[in-house]
Design a binder for this molecule. Structure first.
Ligand SMILES: Nc1ncnc2c1ncn2[C@@H]1O[C@H](COP(=O)(O)OP(=O)(O)O)[C@@H](O)[C@H]1O
Ligand SMILES: [Mg+2]
Length: 507
């Protein structure tokens, strides 16, 4: 007898429906799995047999063939255990399989309990778009799957309980719809701008960066507060919308990094990998490709502290997602995979190896050649991708011991949100999300400047020896500064502030 059950495969962040066909035929007892299974899927046969017998069910003593279709799609992981087990029980006439509008996903342990698998959210999204109406997943994964609207999600504890459900003996109550989505608790962030003393210039630069999504490089001596400033960044960015939160959660689901207490990630990601991180760890990859830090920072902040210490090859591969594409493509033997990587880059560095080059108080002990070699570790094209270059000088004693608090992050965030709202309207119907994403055509359309502004730009172009790219960057940044001031037109002061954020020294 032949039985069919549907389940789901995962390719990068995308799901794909897989049909599990089980045939029970007379012959020597055996189980063969065909359809490009990898080693973990092949091992499924052992887990399935034990799980079936240990659940008090009958494992057919017959020649079993399991076909995973489509046959040309590589099958990885352990999520096929549960559908294979249900297929075997159906083919041996112990139950009726669920109808063709249901997906079954789950790993089995030997005692028949159902375990967590990665990537349930993208699988559930796919199921919804393919017209599937019911989903059977482990109880642990059920809240995550239930984030997708319009699906009935059944939390399954064990093979035994699923069998009782399908036999109509004991029905599993479906999971509540869309848990956590309406929880309007404000996310809290560890560092508030009001606790950072002085550094008004750097704080303003971060506000502009947050308002327009501009990549930012901070340069300054050790202990000036660069790391502290970067950590305050998520707190001044707008809260994630539900769609953005689902986007972020998809990535974390595939990376198996969802926190156990909540199905939905509501905090803007802040990723701060150490400079010893591997290439694959930063951009993604590995034998079973996992999203790298740049994808884990999707819709949030990637903070690269001590930028020159990072492997230069890895830094150069950041250039593609930093501009235009906003995603990363990982090629491997079986075709390319794409992960989203729309992040804001914040980087920090000392001006030289000892850290005090240009410091008014402490003398720098590095020779000129050492300083320039250090600064040359960041290539020109990469440096050029930072819209904002900001110097973070040491804070003097009086400022540091000042008891008065600065402006809280929440107040800054309000201005940022207003500026972002304007951009949302400006870019409605396009794929652009912020001013930093504008290409030359949009710059022409939205960044007109008056005569006074033009002459200021002409002078700056000559004095700072700016490239065409730098010229566009200034216009985009001036647009953001004008947005923060709720100004329809870009005025000369907006341009003047934008020009300030170009690197002063030729690095
Ligand atoms: N502007 C500041 N306001 C308050 N504390 C500061 C400030 N700058 C530095 N600090 C203190 O010094 C520590 C080191 O700062 P950090 O941000 O790590 O400096 P950097 O990254 O520039 O080397 C912080 O943890 C904080 O205690
Ligand atoms: Mg630091």
């Amino acid at each position: 007898m032949l039985a069919k059950v549907l389940t789901c495969a995962l390719i990068g962040l995308e799901g794909a429906i897989v049909e599990v066909e089980v045939d029970v035929a007379r012959g020597l007892p055996s189980l063969t799995i065909v359809g490009l299974p990898n080693a973990t899927v092949k091992e499924s046969s052992e887990r399935v047999r034990s799980a079936i017998t240990n659940s008090g069910l009958r494992y057919p003593l017959a020649r079993l063939t399991v076909n995973l279709a489509p046959a040309d799609l590589r099958k990885e992981g352990s999520a096929y255990d549960l559908p294979i087990a249900v297929g075997i029980l159906a083919a041996s006439e112990q139950l009726f399989p669920p109808d063709e509008r249901a997906l079954i996903i789950g790993e089995l342990s030997l005692d028949g309990s159902v375990r967590h698998v990665n990537g349930v959210l993208p699988m559930a999204s796919l199921a919804r778009s393919e017209g599937i109406t019911a989903l059977y997943v482990s109880s642990q994964d059920a809240p995550e799957a239930a984030l997708v609207e319009g699906l009935t999600v059944y939390p399954v504890d064990s093979l035994r309980s699923l069998v009782s459900h399908l036999q109509g003996l004991e029905v599993i109550p479906p999971c509540d719809l869309r848990p956590g989505l309406d929880a309007d608790a404000e996310p809290s962030y560890e560092i508030d701008l009001q606790d950072i003393k002085g550094q008004e210039h750097a704080k303003r630069a971060l506000e502009v960066a947050a308002a327009g999504g501009h990549h930012t490089l901070m340069v300054g001596p050790p202990g000036a507060g660069k790391t502290l400033l970067a950590r305050a960044m998520p707190g001044i960015l707008p809260h994630l919308t539900v769609e953005e939160a689902l986007d972020v959660t998809r990535v974390y689901s595939v990376a198996d990094m969802l926190p156990s207490d909540t199905p939905l990630i509501r905090h803007r990601p802040f990723r701060a990998p150490h400079h010893t991180i591997s290439h694959a760890g930063l951009v993604g990859g590995g034998r079973w490709p996992r999203p790298g830090e740049i994808s884990l920072a999707h819709r949030g902040v990637l903070f690269l502290d001590e930028l020159p210490e990072f492997d230069s090859r890895s830094l150069e591969t950041l250039r593609q997602p930093l501009e235009g594409q906003r995603q990363v493509t990982i090629s491997r033997a079986l075709g390319a995979l794409t992960f989203p990587a729309n992040f804001m880059l914040i980087a920090a560095m000392n001006p030289c190896p000892c850290g005090y080059y240009g410091d008014p108080v402490r003398e720098c002990t590095c020779s000129t050649s050492v300083v320039s070699r250090y600064q040359r570790r960041i290539s020109g094209p990469l440096l050029d991708r930072f819209d904002i270059h900001v110097e973070v000088p040491r804070v003097d004693y009086d400022k540091l011991t000042d008891e008065r608090l600065g402006e809280p992050s929440a107040a800054v965030r309000e201005r940022v949100e207003a500026a972002r709202e304007g951009q949302r309207q400006r870019f409605a119907g396009t794929s652009l999300t912020s001013n930093a994403d504008m290409g030359p055509a949009e710059v022409r359309q939205f960044c007109a400047v008056d005569e006074g502004g033009k002459s200021l730009l002409r002078a700056a172009m000559q004095q700072l020896q700016m490239s065409a790219r730098a010229y566009h960057r200034i216009l985009k940044m001036a647009r953001t500064i004008a947005d923060l001031a709720s100004s329809e037109c870009i005025e000369t002061p907006h341009l003047a502030e934008a020009i300030q954020y170009r690197p002063r020294r030729q690095m």
